[in-house]
Design a protein around this ligand. Sequence first.
Ligand SMILES: Nc1nc2c(ncn2[C@@H]2O[C@H](COP(=O)(O)OP(=O)(O)OP(=O)(O)O)[C@@H](O)[C@H]2O)c(=O)[nH]1
Length: 943
Amino acid sequence: MTSKRPKPLFKVAAEFNVATQSIVDTLNDNGFDAANRPNFKITPEMYVALDEVYGEDKAKSADHEKAREEYESRRSQMMNQRNDSVTIDNVLEPIEDSIGLEPEDKTADLEPEDDGSKDEADLEPEADLEPEEDQEEDEKAKAKKKAEKEAKEEEEAKKKEAAKKKEEEEKKKAEKEKAEKAAKEEKEAKEKEEKAKAEAKAKKEKSKDTEAEEDSDSDSEDEDVKDSKEDEEEEEIIRGAAGKLKGTKVLGKASFTSDIADKKKRKTRKRRKDRKDDSSSKKDDSSSKSRKTSKKKRKKKTEIDETDVDKMMRETMKKMQSSKTVGSKRSKRRRERKEEREEELQKQAELEELESDIVETTEFITANELADLLDVGVNDIISVCMSIGLMITINQRLDAGTIELVAEEFGKEVEFIDAEELDEELTIPEDEEEDLHPRAPIITVMGHVDHGKTSLLDYIREEKVAAGEAGGITQHVGAYQVVHNDNEITFLDTPGHEAFTAMRSRGAQATDIVILVVAGDDSVMPQTIEAINHAKAAGVPIVVAINKMDKEGVNPDRIKAELSEHDVIVEEYGGQVQYAEVSAHTGQGIEDLLEKVLIEAELLELKANADRRADGVVLEARLDKGKGIVANILVQGGTLEVGDPFVAGPCYGRVRAMENDRGKRIQKAGPSTPVQLMGFDDMPQAGDKLIVADDEKTAKEVASERMQIRREQAMRSTKHMTLDDISRRLALGEVSELNIIIKADVDGSIEALSGSLQKLGTDEVSVNIIHTGAGAISESDVLLASASDAIIIGFQVRPTAQARKLAEEEEIDIRLFSVIYDAVDEVRDALEGLLSPEIKEQMMGVVDVREIFKVSKVGTIAGCYVTEGKVERNNPIRLVRDGVVIYDGEIDALKRFKDDVKEVTSGYECGISIKGYNDIKVGDQIESYKITEQKRTLEDSAG
Ligand SMILES: Nc1nc2c(ncn2[C@@H]2O[C@H](COP(=O)(O)OP(=O)(O)OP(=O)(O)O)[C@@H](O)[C@H]2O)c(=O)[nH]1
């Protein structure tokens, strides 16, 4: 079968049942240019060439695949058993499996299930009794064993000539059929038969001995029988057993557990292996035939065995069926099962009854809603509240405590859930299997600071981001889609694992695979371990990228060893984690990495239904001066279209316009596509789930209900704020709280910061994030801080002039950062009362950009006016637009008229150009600052 589309190498290798290297070698020998990469594309021409060489092997490949699956499932079954009890048999298992892989294949060829079903068709009662495959197999195994056992007992006593003849006839028939298939094969079969006969003589002796010793596990297994001569004899024996079996009572006694059956299977397999060894060594001695021929022969032998065993089993089944004892046993079992089923149903009913006592709701529902929920009159609710000293009105929203109390009065238990989970009108029905189609994997890159996450993403999407970021740190969650070898991959650009966790905590898991970046010149670091733990907790597979391979002294082996200590075991070390050695600078190994990601994705069989109402997750949101509220959305299911009404957390809207990750307007976005969406009524938060509603009215209703609940929650949660300065409280040894307001450039940064800061809380000091928001620090932020004794942390943002003034008046501490870790460190130090020497930033001057000049070759020159302090050419600068830092860099040229100058002081005009940055606009501010190292004082730390 030739495919019209190119196929990846690893698939073709599996199809042909050949090593990838062999495929590559063959292709190269045939004049193709092939590389041994798992995803290397095999063109139809190559395929034809391969088919010529490996066609024969390919014929077996379908079975191979099936056998592999069976092998895998059996292996995992055995692994489970091994965990239960470690026996010598168990310990021997892996070796047997690996050696016995071929016989396993044959087992698959034999298709015991099919045979069983045929039997069932023939033998009705059996079909009734054995609906489950496992039981069927057990039954068969038992039956086979019984038959065998009886047969062995009768072995010397009875010889049934008729049966023998019949068997021989059938055998001949089978051989004839094979002869028809291929004359060549027949020849081989004959050769084999002769040879087998010779072998059998020796074996017969041996097997008799063995069987005498182990009568109960006397090789009922199909694949166990090793040669035709032996088969003949065994079949003979079966016939002999027929009469005996009819009246057997032993069946009632012998109740094999699956464990025993399995053990026996293992035993027989082991012995088979031994025998095989024997015979193969004999073969080696006696014959100089090629390996290929002997392989074929062995295969043929098994085919004969299959027919024989099949027959044998049918016989046994018939006998069992006709047995009275068996029948009564079965009806007893049937009764038992019926009872079990009834018991289960009863348990389920009880559970349902119990569950009906639990009501699900959100906090802050009104008294009226609670009455509906509890199925009582609202007056009853009000009177219960009165009895506990609460005067409420019908429309009053109740907090969790009150709801719980009231519900208890009516004998119900309350389970509080997210407002989002309650909106039934928005729930998307589960997708039908046939509607699901493959989708692009969504990848999160995680790793320790500076191990090269941003650089890696940059390289992959061939754009530069790291250069424009303050401190080279990834500061917000973005998403990008790349195409690799015709396969799409969606990358989420997160600041370490914080955003990943923040999103997950809201039930929004947006990641399919984690690329764990570890710098090859460094080692596994704390954040690497955290990332591993986060990925594991989320059940997301990891692909390891050992980065910076271009550097001298990198030691990937050490890193692999270190990773294995944290249960990330790469394939090379016997694990299942894929890894690639890469350099984000030179691009080395990145192809390989992407291929491994795609393989991992293929294993996950990621699918989505594009043909339904869309849903997705908000990655970040911000206010754009021109566009209004813009949110970065990752569509997870369905297709999002311009014009769709939607709800996202407590916000709603209609898709006004969408842009893809390259800034291009698009009309539709399917699963795994990141888009910038315009059309929100309010600013959603990262992690909010977006769901398309049937109409805008529904969307609005749902959103406003959620908004009310959130407002209520926000109001009540900030009610009890009482906080003095941290260090004083610490000194007094009081339990204290640190209230923080976070303002940042984008929502992703807020998520990252608040997650990290909240974690700093200890038993003594807890950290409360009382308000967060994107954009400049405003007057209302300062007022809130003043009302709740909070400090304000500004990340990549600046206070407005009024806010700055108000903060001074109210003595509010505003701390500005450009690097997340600095903010975290500073708060941690404050909480711990540490006064360590620190690098501090000192603002030197502020200039307003009043005019812009574009000069060819030079770039943009900003005509500026220094409003505060002074600007020095050698000091770093920041470009601030609408209170948000948009660039951190250096001055290229500082001029007064036409002259280069070293500094310009307040009240003077000057011309400034920024190194590597030309997008300066009128109205921007340039801040000049200086880094100083200083000893922190108590006053500093107290703010
Ligand atoms: N030689 C070499 N340097 C690299 C490579 N990848 C990244 N770097 C450098 O390592 C430093 C950190 O890289 P980033 O990409 O900013 O690292 P990150 O993990 O995103 O760091 P954070 O955003 O701070 O968490 C930068 O100076 C990069 O130039 C690489 O493959 N080879």
